[in-house]
Design a protein around this ligand. Sequence first.
Ligand code: TGC
Ligand code: FAD
Length: 402
Amino acid sequence: MEQLTAVHKSSKQDTFEGVDFYQVDDLLTEEHLLIRSSIRDFVKKEISPYIEDWAQRAHFPYEIVKKFGDVGAFGPQIPAEYGGGGLDYIAYGLIMQEIERGDSGMRSTASVQGSLVMYPIYKFGSEEQKHKYLPKLASGEMLGCFGLTEPDFGSNPSGMVTNFKDMGDHYLLNGAKMWISNSPKADIAVVWAKNEAGRIHGLIVERSMEGFSTPETHGKWSLRASATGELVFDNVKVPKENLLPGKSGLGAPMMCLDSARFGIAWGAVGAAMDCYESARKYAAERIQFDKPIGSFQLIQKKLAEMLSEITKAQLLNWKLGKMMNEGKATTAHISLAKRNNVAMALDIAREARQIHGGMGITGEYSMMRHMMNLESVITYEGTHDIHLLILGHEITGIPAFK
Ligand code: TGC
Ligand code: FAD
């Protein structure tokens, strides 16, 4: 249970200056660099000093929602006329990278809002829905969540049983969703459910609707500063104007996932950079056998491999971002980056933890928190193996998931 103690502000200074071995910054525009710098400063001021305390107490800092809105972290890729940032996908990726350097749970809050709530409303919503919800979601006046996964349908969402019936003047929604980021605090949920013909549609469900509840999931060892919960629909009357009219079928939520998985591919690099930087500094300072541990070949091997993997992932992200901007990126392209970069970040978090020895298991350093967070990141938005199967399908033309 959350303790009612005052927030403990870390006295440690966040001095992160980036990792750029291959001068990838040369590929970015002035605008990209400015955006990254402003989000980096935001993370140093609003996340780094408090995140250890929030995570230890499994506390979701609701006040961060408005702050994310103010700094432009919600829907940067959504056009400005709806309150979004009107930015390109590389800018969006950089924002996710910087936030996840702070914490994957914080990035979850931002990427769910931008890619899984604002994006479907922008892409498939009516003009009325866009004007009603998008500016408030962009500013952080409203928080949203995305309900696709069910207790019995995770990797296989097409089997979902949550359903709605046409009652003439409204829809009647029944069923349950599980593992939903932001759900306990969300004002609205974009929910995927089947109609009487078994066709999947998106519906906007508001917290105030009778029969709708969002029980919180407790006891997580991962993403502890992110609020996760269920969505329970017990004969919820949903107004007909809350159905997203623009697209039906599994392809609709899958398009949202393409955008969110792209953000995760960038976010994971942020977590990896934070772990690498911490390990590099610790290796220079920690003395064993009368020398800095960074002078030992085995430690140098770990650091060299970390930097190599981060550099490859940065280049992968930049090229994928260009392809997203040009409308050329496919689901398989995005799967490759999400799968590669999250596994890379998890490996780096584990290796960096080892470089810190016993100190690495404490909250004095960030690696253990990143490592546990990344166990969720490697599972959500398609597990590591599901992304491998998406690539296998692309290569062979044969879907192996069923
Ligand atoms: P499949 O037969 O391949 O496709 C069914 C229909 O969907 C279409 N489609 C797409 N359309 C557009 N864009 C895409 N990316 C699409 N992917 C599929 C497809 O063309 C087909 O259309 P039609 O008209 O022919 O019917 O579908 P399948 O049932 O075999 O499933 C394929 C599989 C396993 C790859 C897919 O279901 C999958 O990706 N599963 C993983 C589930 C997943 O990623 N869940 C994520 C839940 S949300 C979440 O985790 C948020 S965490 C957020 C945070 O905190 O940051
Ligand atoms: P399962 O699908 O049961 O998979 C279990 C294992 O079986 C995995 O290793 C998987 O790779 C493997 N497997 C499954 N099918 C196959 C196959 N065909 N071939 C080989 N191996 C297979 N969902 C949302 O809708 N919205 C959210 O906001 C959201 N947030 C989340 C937050 C957290 C912290 C977590 C942990 C999850 C979240 N999810 C969310 C759910 C997430 O997307 C699912 O957990 C994920 O898709 C996997 O589903 P599952 O947990 O049911 O695992």
